[in-house]
Design a protein around this ligand. Structure first.
Ligand code: ATP
Length: 228
């Protein structure tokens, strides 16, 4: 469960990105975050994994208040959260398999168990046959699937995605959305910032619209609500 209470964020340069956000998200929900460019969507979702620290207010994730946790507790928090970016952020010198295994928390796992976990998520994103490929040998959609595999390999309770289909063509975007729905169906909460009118209006989910740093709309099975 995620709870934001009167969250405000002013960056060092004086820009106020969020001004008084109150939102609750239950475990297992699928939420789109929409709104015009510069509205505060990325800031909103980066709060969840403490990439951004609120200037005031509370961000509570599964009982932990991120405004109060110590720096040394941040890795533990992030272990439960998978993040997917618009530009994939894969390590170019590593293979597909290595990009995923690199993210795996392996403290107590045997090599056999590690291999099984990595191959299981590569299977989920349909890339088992490209485990030995390097990122530059893959299409954009395949690279994004690797990044999803990396995000879910630790079985996170929350997956956050900042415009995950922003660099992909429409067909590939639908493939990515199918995987997101599959991840969500397994119980992971999904929060996705997007500018895709088509996706939001077709795969209906909860929609939180942000404008000028405030939530202006929060609807179950909502519409995108803007011209694309
Ligand atoms: N690291 C930062 N330092 C200073 N200002 C920032 C920083 N990140 C974002 N901002 C500013 O905060 C405001 C909100 O930005 P944010 O990236 O959250 O918007 P967004 O809705 O995600 O936009 P887009 O749809 O274009 O990605 C903008 O005015 C932006 O310039």
């Amino acid at each position: 469960m995620i709870e934001l209470r009167d969250v405000r964020k002013t960056y060092h340069n004086g820009v106020t990105a969020l001004q008084g956000i109150d939102v609750n998200i239950q475990q297992g929900e699928f939420v789109y975050v929409v709104g015009p460019s510069g509205a505060g969507k990325s800031t909103f979702i980066r709060l969840m994994y403490r990439e951004v620290k609120p200037s005031s207010g509370d961000v509570v994730i599964n009982g932990h208040n991120l405004a109060e946790i110590k720096e040394k507790e941040i890795p533990h928090l992030r272990r439960g959260i998978g993040v997917v970016y618009q530009d994939f952020k894969l390590l170019p010198s590593l293979t597909v398999y290595e990009n995923v295994s690199f993210a795996l928390e392996v403290i107590e796992d045997s090599p056999k168990k590690i291999r099984r976990k990595v191959m299981d998520v590569l299977d989920l994103v349909n890339l088992k046959n490209k485990a030995r490929f390097k990122p530059d040998e893959l299409s954009g959609g395949e690279q994004q699937r690797v990044s999803i595999a990396r995000a879910i390999v630790n079985n996170p309770h929350l997956m956050i995605a900042d415009e995950p289909t922003g660099n992909l063509d429409p067909d590939t975007s639908w493939e990515i959305m199918k995987i997101f729905e599959e991840v969500n169906a397994r119980g992971t909460t999904v929060i996705m910032a997007t500018h895709s009118k088509d996706i939001v209006n077709t795969l209906k989910k909860r929609v939180i619209a942000i404008e000028h740093g405030r939530v202006v709309r929060d609807e179950q099975r909502g519409d995108y609500g803007y011209e694309s």
